[in-house]
Design a protein around this ligand. Structure first.
Ligand code: GDP
Ligand code: ZN
Length: 352
């Protein structure tokens, strides 16, 4: 396997310089199952684990490798030890308000993300907004792929609505099933580019994947919605080298991507509201009943739609909720640490 075919770049080569003296190799994470990684390298496929030293050095979950990451390894036979994580340029992660983990890594180093939407009755602007927030937050470039043009309804109106909320984002219309319009995706499928598909279940992600690969790699959902056998989950191939030379990442995490919270993402996806908010009289304006509220004024004169403001406020609330959860956790951690420190200080006092 050639590293260029896996998406190796000059930037990565530079970041490898500090390790050049040691006889280490690089690999790209193709699959992860808990502590076990599958890597693609110049020497083929390797099963890998994180070295004890690396694990010891890792402070945060974000510093552990996930699918799409480049890692430095020491290989013996067909197994490898992951020693370092090379810097990533984008990262899909999910903040979870849970007891044990606060961040879940989904995929790293995506260049572009195809947000697949059905032009049938699945079409939903508010859902598209949410996905766009997630994609912006990852650092990858979003491309909206409107699938099922063959059975699409109200296509022109929907395009107009979409252009209003997705300013500057490429919009492509295709029929994955009938292999129509897929050439329009070529600019983002150049050799070495890494892409992923996201979108709700049933929009045609598997169908599109199979078309891009040129063979059946992902099981397409049965046409009958009530098929009790469900779908085959042949999602074993998570990093797929496409005939175009691009790399497609297809992980369960990306497929199940639903709710998202974002820091910069919300502002980028709703930048026209943030721009309006800059003109409110009060800096901490909640855009409710405050005098001199530019957002309310825009609602009044039809410049802004109420549904759009509502999704903005909903996302901001979710974000605030998760931040509070994380703050609580951080406080508990700090308390526990201080308890530990005072305990060891007391012990030291006893020994002196
Ligand atoms: P996924 O859940 O996003 O992976 O969706 P699938 O690829 O499994 O597709 C769901 C259903 O939509 C299947 O029955 C596909 O045959 C159908 N489908 C996919 N693309 C198209 C299309 O372009 N046109 C039409 N009419 N149906 C499609
Ligand atoms: Zn306001």
């Amino acid at each position: 396997m050639n590293l260029d075919l896996l998406g190796w770049s000059d930037d990565l080569a530079l970041s490898l310089a500090p390790f050049a003296a040691q006889s280490l190799q690089v690999g790209r994470v193709a699959r992860q199952h808990k502590q076990l990684y599958t890597l693609y390298t110049e020497g083929g496929e390797f099963a890998a684990e994180i070295s004890g030293k690396f694990r010891y050095q890792v402070q945060r979950t974000e510093d552990l490798p996930c699918v799409g990451d480049w890692v430095v390894i020491a290989a013996t036979g067909q197994t490898a030890n992951i020693q370092h994580l090379l810097p990533r340029h984008t990262l899909f992660s999910r903040k979870v308000a849970g007891a044990t983990t606060d961040i879940q890594l989904i995929a790293a180093n995506l260049d572009s993300v195809f947000l697949v939407c059905g032009l049938d009755d699945d079409f939903n602007l508010r859902r598209i907004e949410r996905y766009l927030v997630m994609i912006w937050e990852s650092g990858a470039r979003p491309i909206i792929v409107l699938n099922k043009v063959d059975i699409g309804e109200q296509i022109e109106q929907r395009l107009l609505d979409l252009e209003a909320i997705a300013v500057g984002i490429p919009i492509v219309q295709i029929s994955a099933l009938h292999d129509q319009g897929l050439d329009a995706l070529n600019p983002w499928l150049q050799p070495g580019q890494t892409v992923a598909l996201v979108g709700s279940s049933g929009v045609g992600k598997s169908t599109l994947t199979n078309q891009l690969v040129g063979e059946q790699v992902q099981a397409v959902q049965a046409v009958r919605a009530d098929d009790s056998r469900g779908r085959h989950t042949t999602t074993s191939r998570q990093l797929i080298c496409l005939p175009s030379g691009a790399i497609l990442i297809d992980t369960p995490g990306l497929r199940e991507l639903q709710l998202w919270t974002a820091q910069t993402g919300v502002s980028t996806a709703f930048n026209e509201i943030e721009a309006l908010a800059g003109h409110c009289r009060f800096r901490d304006c909640q855009h409710q009943q405050e005098p001199g509220c530019a957002v309310q004024a825009a609602l009044g004169n039809g410049q802004l739609e109420i549904q759009r403001l509502q999704s903005y406020q909903k996302l901001r609330k979710e974000k605030a909720y998760l931040h509070r959860k994380q703050d609580q956790k951080a406080q508990i951690n700090t308390k526990a640490r201080w308890k530990q420190i005072t305990k060891s200080m007391r012990q030291r006092d006893k020994w002196q």
